[in-house]
Design a protein around this ligand. Structure first.
Ligand code: UT7
Length: 332
């Protein structure tokens, strides 16, 4: 079995800023309500001509450059997204845009848990010695899928992408453990469903034809689920890593609500100066949120080589998971 180390990170958001004050001109809300209930102040949203593949490619190029590699060194691309430009997948468009000619590329859908699920998926290929350099991306443009008349959801989401590059090693292993979970019985708490109408092709033969609706979320249910399940899954991932909460240098949670982040830290007994949060600036960027926060903390030199990082995502499915890794790069 091979070892695995993250050797680069990158992130990208669109240029267009949408503040809480802007939102209060669109729906019946206020800066005060949004900030006090969620911790969000602003977020970035894509223009209609901007694509998921463009955003993901920008983040990827930065991650590959930090890793000291070229796109042609990449063997595998896993793109975690729920908002592809193409329902058949957008990973190959990212591959084309960055020029990763040798890479095999595919999409993975696990909503806001997507980055954690993608990192764990990619790690299996690396451990088995199948692929050496792997690009893992979390990217979403949820502004395409919110109902801009629904104040209970449209104020929460922003667009963005984050990426990391992992490399296999014969001698060093910095991917310490993980735990992934799913519960389809809770699907109706948060979904974006396809609604089908019958289309008669001929007598006695009909098919379905329809489209996707907008995001539907029972906020309180998801809140309660997150506060209960996220500490549990982090504890399990730590146990698998032969570590305890005391060993965590940095906790990076999916950025869905500052109150959830604070509550998870309290439940874990983790000091808040070990918790990374950038929700005020970006809102909830779904699969993008963990790698954007990671990349920002790396850019601010908060994360040092040898630091133990716990990441945890949760969201639609419902899905949730955690991964523990040691930061291996000396970027200073
Ligand atoms: O990324 C996937 C995972 N997602 C999450 O983890 C989200 C989890 N849920 C949450 O973060 C929170 O439940 C929300 C931020 C979505 C909502 O916060 P809350 O404290 O649970 O508020 P609530 O839904 O109980 O609503 C409280 C009040 C309601 O009014 P009444 O019934 O008390 O009169 C809502 O109608 O706030 C009202 N409200 C708003 N008011 C102003 C709901 N949305 C808004 C709004 N502006 N945007």
């Amino acid at each position: 079995m091979k070892g695995l180390t993250i050797i680069g990170s990158g992130s990208a958001v669109p240029d267009q800023l949408l503040s809480n004050r802007d939102l209060s001109a669109i729906v019946d809300t206020s800066d005060e309500w949004i900030e006090s209930r969620t911790g969000m102040k602003e977020r970035y949203v894509s223009l209609s001509q901007e694509t998921l593949a463009q955003l993901a490619a920008k983040a990827s190029i930065k991650a590959i450059s930090m890793a000291g590699l070229t796109p042609e060194d990449i063997d595998l691309i896993v793109l975690a997204t729920s908002t592809p430009d193409d329902l058949f997948g957008s990973a190959c468009q990212v591959q084309r845009r960055i020029g990763a000619k040798r890479a095999v590329a595919f999409d993975l859908t696990a909503a806001c848990s997507g980055f954690v699920f993608a990192l764990v998926t990619a790690s299996q290929f690396v451990r088995q010695g199948v692929y050496h350099n792997v690009l893992i991306i979390g990217a979403d443009i949820l502004s395409r899928w919110v109902n801009w008349e629904d104040r209970t959801t449209c104020v929460l989401f922003g667009d963005g992408a984050g990426a990391v590059v992992c490399q296999s090693s014969e001698t060093e292993d910095n991917f310490l453990g993980f735990e992934l979970c799913s519960d389809g019985t809770l699907n109706s708490s948060l979904n974006l469903t396809y609604v089908s109408e019958p289309l008669n092709l001929m007598e006695n033969i009909s098919v379905g034809s329809g489209g996707y609706q907008s995001i539907n979320m029972k906020g309180k249910e998801v809140y309660r689920f997150a506060v209960e399940k996220v500490p549990e899954v982090i504890e399990k991932a730590l146990h698998r890593s032969n570590l305890t909460v005391k060993d965590i240098d940095w906790l990076i949670l999916h950025q869905a609500n500052q109150r959830i982040i604070d509550s998870v830290a309290v439940r874990l007994g983790l000091n808040k100066d070990k918790v990374i949060s950038n929700i005020a600036k970006y809102g909830n960027t779904s699969a993008g949120s963990i790698p954007i926060a990671l990349d920002e903390a790396v850019g601010q030199s908060l994360i040092k080589p040898g630091d133990v990082i716990a990441i945890s995502g949760f969201g639609a499915g419902l899905t949730w998971g955690a991964a523990i890794f040691r930061w291996g790069i000396n970027y200073g």
